[in-house]
Ligand binder design. Structure first.
Ligand code: ADP
Ligand code: MG
Length: 349
């Protein structure tokens, strides 16, 4: 897992910038009619249509956002695309194009960049988005990846963060906390590997956690699911920093408060067992873990019957008046202030 199995090494200097761009982009095929011109000219051309355009960017830096000692490059490419698509889906939009800019040091051979782009390509094919451009440059140290995703949505379909209403239900898709725990497991194995490189880690009990960390899937399916149920969320955001901080964004922008119920938080059995093993509080992990890339949204209370019992969704609380603040109702029925701290706070504990 932690070894570099890449034996063949072609230096990037040998290939040159244009050789590299041609090489890494030649297998990408455009899939969307709105992608009029992709890679190859001074700028790509997108057909704007009558819809509104969604644009989102993320910058990932080696050592800050990813660690290549346990993150295979193919997974990194895939995940970097997911992070961006998730933001488009959180607006209730459809993602159609991405641009990818990379900076790499001469430590990386061509084969490493090929792996990265294999992951990007798999994401493009799976999610039907087109790679239409980017930029390639060198870095003095490490790798940087910046991806921009472009999507569209009809004006009336777009869902913002600032439109949650008092009494609305707060709903999350999927389950929470697994990606953070996957990172804890991988970090632990990295330390073990440093001491004894021959130690073969037994990761059978953590398969779901590691998959959620290394190969997250953006929730492209939720928009269609909600349409089927005839639900239009009143507000929505994707869960990249943990439920607490995302709820806080919705509440502060919508000028409302909230109540989240501890016993309603959706936890996978592996999250529960691994929290016990690591002596972590599963509620804390679900609230502040981050990198789940699930969607958090609010719906009118009248939609409760449409959503209850649906295995894709959990109603975790409701919106209150702003002056009631942001609260967590514990299993014991106690109300405590919700700490919106993001996953960095967990690191310090
Ligand atoms: P320019 O000199 O105009 O910036 P480049 O030589 O950087 O053009 O890029 C040539 C073409 O290749 C452009 O269409 C650009 O968008 C695309 N491109 C460059 N780098 C990448 C990359 N890392 N991934 C995808 N496309 C890229
Ligand atoms: Mg350029």
């Amino acid at each position: 897992m932690l070894e570099d199995k890449n034996t063949q090494k072609t230096s990037l200097a040998e290939l040159g910038e244009f050789g590299l761009i041609n090489h890494i982009t030649k297998y990408f095929k455009l899939q969307n009619p709105s992608s009029i011109k992709g890679i190859g000219d001074d700028a790509a051309v997108i057909d704007a249509s009558e819809k509104q355009t969604l644009v989102t960017t993320d910058l990932l830096i080696e050592g800050v956002h990813f660690d290549l000692s346990y993150m295979p490059l193919k997974h990194l490419g895939y995940k970097a695309v997911m992070i961006n698509l998730s933001d488009v889906y959180a607006m209730n939009g459809v993602a159609e194009q991405i641009t990818v800019s990379i900076a790499v040091s001469n430590r990386f051979p061509l084969e490493a960049i090929e792996e990265l782009y294999a992951g990007i390509q798999l994401a493009c094919e799976t999610y039907q988005v087109d790679l239409i451009g980017g930029d390639t440059t060198s870095s003095t140290k490490g790798m940087l990846i910046s991806i921009t995703a472009i999507g569209k949505a009809a004006k009336e379909d777009i869902v913002y963060r600032n439109t949650a209403k008092e009494t609305d239900l707060i709903v999350v898709s999927g389950d929470l906390g697994a990606a953070y725990l996957g990172l804890q497991v991988l970090e632990r194995e990295k330390q073990v590997f440093k001491v004894d490189p021959n130690n073969q880690p037994d990761l059978d009990n953590y398969t779901y956690l590691i998959e959620r960390q290394l190969k997250p899937e953006a929730r492209k399916d939720i928009a269609a699911l909600l349409k089927e149920l005839d639900i239009k969320p009143t507000s929505m955001i994707d869960i990249s920093d943990g439920l607490s901080s995302e709820v806080m964004h919705i509440c502060s922008q919508s000028k409302v408060g909230c109540k989240i119920y501890e016993d309603k938080l959706p936890l996978d059995p592996q999250v529960i067992s691994t929290c016990e093993e690591f002596e972590l509080d599963s509620t804390m992990v679900a609230l502040s873990g981050g990198e789940d890339y699930e969607l958090l949204f609010t719906v009118p209370i009248a939609d409760f019957d449409k959503i209850k019992g649906n295995p894709n969704f959990s109603v975790v609380g409701h919106i209150t008046a702003e002056n009631q603040g942001l609260n967590l109702v514990t299993r014991a029925g106690q109300e405590i202030a919700l700490k919106a701290q993001g996953w960095n706070a967990l690191k310090d504990n």
